[in-house]
Design a protein around this ligand. Structure first.
Ligand SMILES: Cc1cc2nc3c(=O)[nH]c(=O)nc-3n(C[C@H](O)[C@H](O)[C@H](O)COP(=O)(O)OP(=O)(O)OC[C@H]3O[C@@H](n4cnc5c(N)ncnc54)[C@H](O)[C@@H]3O)c2cc1C
Length: 332
């Protein structure tokens, strides 16, 4: 059995039957042929994955490396291996005066996982810079490429979570960043800097994240546990009558996004602790593991939160984190 505790940022004790490292899509194809019919889980840096218990299968850890830079008159084009670290890529770019990614500083994880849930923070989503994604199609065994449009990006969403779910191994992400950079400083705390440079935005984002979010190297967590729910205007207006201060962000003419942290805070879960699992005191959307937590304790607290939100607000929370049980993914 192979220990997984250090391979996922939530740090629950769990093991897998086997771990294989994938260095190329050709290697991925060979492994998939070998595994035919057996259980496996593809793993980046495990910052959006929680192993709830021992996994009865193989872990395929993405270790595809490499950054290639191409330039045209107007753009930088970067071809980046799926196993590169996301934050290290931003630093690599800043050192070469290539700007655009800075609002997404300090998001843990690999480059290959970034398009899957269209990572986002401080007013920017990674899709803005994605030109195309190369992947191994598990149905045909061929390496294919999807353009930005074909990736069907949405809020924490893409084709990889929908139509292609479970049918791909991403090998490379191709980014296109305009040389004519413009700061994206619309987010409240970034507005405080006058004419910010990319380096200043990067430094501010790092500072804000370090102040607000628990560092997984110190206390186990997997970032936001639940997605921010998107609800219809009718429900929103109904809820506003009871909760005048209910915050919301417009999504389209018919829907708004509600901060799940607000709902959880309102119900008094902030700081609630049981069985080594805690609803974080300053960011209730994050559940943490003090080192003694178990998969069962995590599911219990997460289900209490989900049930209370449903009962009070009529809103169905969905886990953003991928919860892996003995034989595959489960939902709260
Ligand atoms: C403290 C903290 C803060 C966070 N903040 C943010 C934030 O601000 N915004 C945000 O969007 N997210 C955030 N996250 C979530 C997380 O960082 C992202 O989801 C990240 O992209 C996950 O990368 P990973 O390599 O760790 O993915 P993993 O957890 O290893 O994998 C995630 C999913 O992608 C699949 N996968 C990974 N690589 C590949 C591949 N090459 N091919 C096929 N499938 C693959 C896995 O099977 C799994 O389904 C945060 C997490 C933490 C712990």
């Amino acid at each position: 059995m192979y220990p997984l505790q250090t391979l996922h940022t939530f740090g629950l004790p769990a093991c897998a039957q086997e771990i294989e490292y994938i260095h190329s899509l050709a290697e991925a194809k060979q492994l998939m042929d070998k595994l035919a019919g057996r259980s496996y889980y593809i793993l980046g840096e495990g910052s959006n994955t929680v192993f709830l218990e021992d996994f009865a299968g193989s872990i395929l850890k993405i270790a595809i490396k490499g950054i290639a830079l191409h330039e045209s008159a107007e753009h930088y084009e970067l071809h980046v291996g799926a196993g590169e670290n996301w934050h290290a890529l931003i630093e690599w770019c800043l050192a070469r005066d290539i700007y655009g990614f800075e609002n997404l500083a300090l998001i843990p994880g690999t480059v290959g996982a970034a398009p899957i849930q269209n990572i986002g923070a401080y007013g920017v989503e990674v899709e803005q810079f994605i030109h195309s994604v190369d992947y191994l199609c598990l149905a045909s065994g061929e390496v294919k490429s999807l353009t930005h449009k074909e990736c069907r990006f949405g809020y924490r969403d893409s084709i990889f979570k929908q139509q292609l779910a479970g049918q791909f191994v991403i090998g490379m992400v191709k980014f296109r960043l305009p040389k004519s950079w413009q700061a994206n400083a619309r987010y409240a705390e970034l507005k405080t800097i006058q004419n910010p440079s990319a380096e200043e935005i990067f430094a501010k984002v790092v500072e804000m994240r370090q102040a607000k979010l628990p560092d997984p190297k110190i206390i186990g967590n997997a970032g936001s546990f639940f997605k921010n729910p998107i609800i219809g205007l009718t429900l929103y207006q109904h809820l506003q009558q009871r909760h005048h201060e209910l915050p919301s962000y417009p999504v389209n003419a018919k829907q708004v996004k509600i901060p799940a942290a607000w709902l959880i805070d309102k119900l008094g879960f902030k700081g609630k602790q049981q069985g080594g699992i805690c609803c974080h005191v300053s960011q209730p959307l994050v559940l943490t593991n003090d080192g003694s937590g178990t998969g069962e304790a995590l599911l219990t607290l997460a289900r209490q939160i989900k049930q209370a939100v449903k009962q009070e607000f009529g809103i169905e929370l969905e886990n953003e984190v991928l919860l892996v049980s003995n034989n595959g993914l489960v939902h709260v």
